[in-house]
Write a protein that binds this ligand. Structure first.
Ligand SMILES: C[S@@+](CC[C@H](N)C(=O)[O-])C[C@H]1O[C@@H](n2cnc3c(N)ncnc32)[C@H](O)[C@@H]1O
Length: 310
């Protein structure tokens, strides 16, 4: 990973005068990202990105982070009354470009700051998703990059007969896409929104209505579990941990878990690995490598049973 060059950038940047920006805790602090590349913790704020750089398509704020959003190398984050204050050592565009080029899929991309409204984290209420079911295709735009990335990752693993479980499948569009690419799989979906499940039923092999804290896919039968619900706005950080552990129970030993989404993932790779998983990837890049996004590819330990908490 060009370690000497990155160490040099980190060392020379640390001699510079720090700069800072702040974000109110009840505004959008969740847009602040930290991308760990070797000795550098590249910090910046997510803004609208190019989904398809080759076309003139309008910018869109989804899951993509482009180098232009990086401000510098993180020094520290402090809570100053109602604001998070982020201090960093500024980097020039050439240094940012070198660091971004050196990154690989093992680099961790975090969105560490939570929005707090009167001191508490919030998520959309279940009724919100029932409402979105009236126009489910409106959710698809942000999913295209993620779907293609998952299909590529799974291409060698979904050779036929595998069970793929999505514990919060919404309208089943993601599973239907995988089924189209890999017709031999058995697609199992679950969601707690009755309106979403009514649509999913027409698209996937097996569909269940219910809270995924109680997985309705049989214990240790899934070869792949896709978690697109451990995200900001969908659940809170505490709920995300409980839902991760619940989803893990459906996975067979040495099965694959994929965690992603177009709003920030709320569980860290450090925590997920501590639950008995190995992280083979923590991020992925667009095909043109113009942007990076969160995508955790985790392998469950071979142990027959996970830790008692799971
Ligand atoms: C999967 S995420 C969003 C994924 C994708 N961005 C989309 O919009 O299709 C949203 C879905 O998670 C579901 N969901 C949230 N919490 C859940 C839970 N505890 N159990 C089952 N489904 C849940 C919601 O009902 C909603 O359909």
């Amino acid at each position: 990973m060009g370690a000497p060059e990155l160490s040099w950038i980190a060392w020379s940047a640390s001699a510079r005068k720090t700069a800072s920006f702040s974000s109110a805790v009840d505004a959008k602090p969740f847009d602040v990202f930290v991308f760990h590349v070797g000795p550098l913790q590249l910090v910046g704020t997510k803004t609208p990105a190019r989904r398809w750089p080759a076309t003139g398509a309008p910018l869109h704020k989804g899951c993509l982070i482009e180098p232009v959003m990086i401000a510098g190398a993180l020094e520290q984050v402090q809570l100053n009354g109602p604001e998070y204050q982020v201090s960093y050592f500024p980097l020039n565009p050439e240094e940012i470009s070198v660091a971004f080029r050196a990154a690989d899929v093992t680099c961790d991309l975090l969105f560490p700051l939570r929005r707090l409204v009167t001191g508490r984290e919030t998520a959309q209420p279940p009724a919100y998703w029932d409402g979105r079911a009236s126009n489910p295709d409106s959710l698809d735009g942000d999913e295209v990059v993620l779907r293609e990335a998952v299909a590529e990752l799974l291409a060698e693993r979904l050779t036929g007969g595998q069970v793929v479980y999505d514990p919060a499948c919404s309208s089943g569009a993601f599973l239907a896409f995988l089924k189209q690419r890999f017709p031999g799989i058995r697609a199992v979906g679950q969601d707690r929104s009755a309106a979403m499940i009514a649509i999913a039923r027409t698209r996937v092999d097996e569909c269940h209505l219910g809270d995924s804290l109680r997985p309705l896919c049989r214990l240790e039968t899934a070869d792949v579990v896709i978690c697109r619900h451990l995200n900001l706005d969908v659940v809170t950080s505490d709920e995300a941990k409980g839902l991760f552990c619940a989803a893990a129970r459906a996975l067979r030993p040495e099965g694959w878990m994929i965690v992603l989404g177009h709003t920030p993932v709320l569980v860290s790779s450090v925590w997920m690995e501590a639950q008995g998983f190995q992280a083979l990837a923590r991020c992925d890049f667009t095909p043109s490598r113009h942007a990076v996004f969160q995508l955790y590819l985790l392998r469950r330990s071979p142990a027959k049973h996970l830790r008692p908490g799971l």
